[in-house]
Design a protein around this ligand. Sequence first.
Ligand SMILES: Cc1cc2nc3c(=O)[nH]c(=O)nc-3n(C[C@H](O)[C@H](O)[C@H](O)COP(=O)(O)OP(=O)(O)OC[C@H]3O[C@@H](n4cnc5c(N)ncnc54)[C@H](O)[C@@H]3O)c2cc1C
Length: 430
Amino acid sequence: MWKNWAGNQKCDPAEVAHPSTDAELAAVVKGAAARGRRVKVVGSGHSFTACALTDGVQVVLDRYNTVTAVDTENLQVTAQAGTTIADLNKLLWAYGMAMPNLGDIAYQTISGAISTATHGTGAKKTGIAAQVIALDIVSGDGSIISCSPTEEKEIFESARVGVGALGALSSVTLQCVPKFNLHAVEEPLRVDDVLANIDNHVDNNEHFEFFWVPHTGWALTKTNNETDEPSGGQSRWQFFKDKIFMENILFGAVVKAGRFRPTAIPRLSRLIPSSGRTEYVKSSYEIFASPRWVRFYEMEYAVPREHIVEAVNGVRAAVKDNGFNIGFPVEVRFTAPDDIPLSTASGRDSAYVAVHVAKGMDYEPYFRAVEDVMNKLEGRPHWGKLNFQTADVLKTRYPMWDRFQAVREKLDPAGVFRNEYTDRVLGVVS
Ligand SMILES: Cc1cc2nc3c(=O)[nH]c(=O)nc-3n(C[C@H](O)[C@H](O)[C@H](O)COP(=O)(O)OP(=O)(O)OC[C@H]3O[C@@H](n4cnc5c(N)ncnc54)[C@H](O)[C@@H]3O)c2cc1C
């Protein structure tokens, strides 16, 4: 029995394969297709949706995680699909390189991250999939197809965010940047003030995000800007206090208390760390990604950036009007547009609103109320985070939907990479 990180998705695959080469991966797909079995590749299991579930052949990437080429002149790296972002970060840094932007953890595989359009924050920065400049994918009949902007362009465009439905990514090449430090400033501000000045915050910082603490008027803001300054300002003790004790151990205890007594959550929320301004400099990857020990369920929506104030105020009103007791901060981030058909930022400057509840709690009433807010604002759900959408609705939110489906039809006409999740959110291959 396999289960995901949050423990809300489980499956019992008929077979499990651990390929270590492209040829082995292709043979697994070909063999499964010949036996009429479906195939699903699983990364680190950090998606909350059923996207990685299968009752057919589960392809586990734990032996498929080698970095196969590093080009320090052009700042490019090629890695097997199962390489984790954490491993990539350390290796790139040793070569004087870094990924330009990351999400807030690094446990994911590179292929899992790009397949669901994983992103960080920064109005001029795209998500991770837009950093991909070439990839190899194994299609439904077991063929390995190499693609890039100059080779099999149409497949390349769509396969960067494939939701696991186009084939099995075997390797990806990323465009990196010279390694850089970030100057981080973390500061609690009144949420109404943040929203009133949102464009200043977002446009005057390379990476801006905030967490509104439900049941309070506070937002915990984070700004990160590139700097030539050396690392400093956060001792090991301070790192432990802020990132391990406050954000994981103390926060975990508050969350546990809230699960035990939900009506106490509004009072407990006032304990969520807001200890004043902190400022420090560190390597980019250490600042972007943090340890996450407290397990939760999450939904996240991308809306056109111009709707962000409405979106956040809509969530605030939904919490208040429905009397929800919410113990997790609501995270708000921003990205630049990209040109990937099923990227949540496809063709539009985007803002993201993410809502969470503790593992084991009933998320449905809150998440449905948030989804109602986002539906009115052309919201696109994160493919790896909980949602209740169907393909009929989602196709109206992605102008390049049909291009994606044409590539799907070409690469996987027999639906080898289908599962219940892809049937629901992408429709069945015709
Ligand atoms: C604590 C936590 C923090 C997170 N923070 C962020 C964040 O900051 N920003 C953000 O955008 N998201 C975030 N996420 C979501 C996460 O980045 C995505 O769900 C991501 O897809 C997880 O990667 P994974 O390797 O675990 O992939 P999995 O969840 O295992 O798989 C995801 C999908 O990719 C497919 N897939 C994986 N590998 C391949 C392959 N080789 N070929 C084809 N398909 C493949 C799977 O079949 C599945 O459909 C977070 C999740 C958690 C649990």
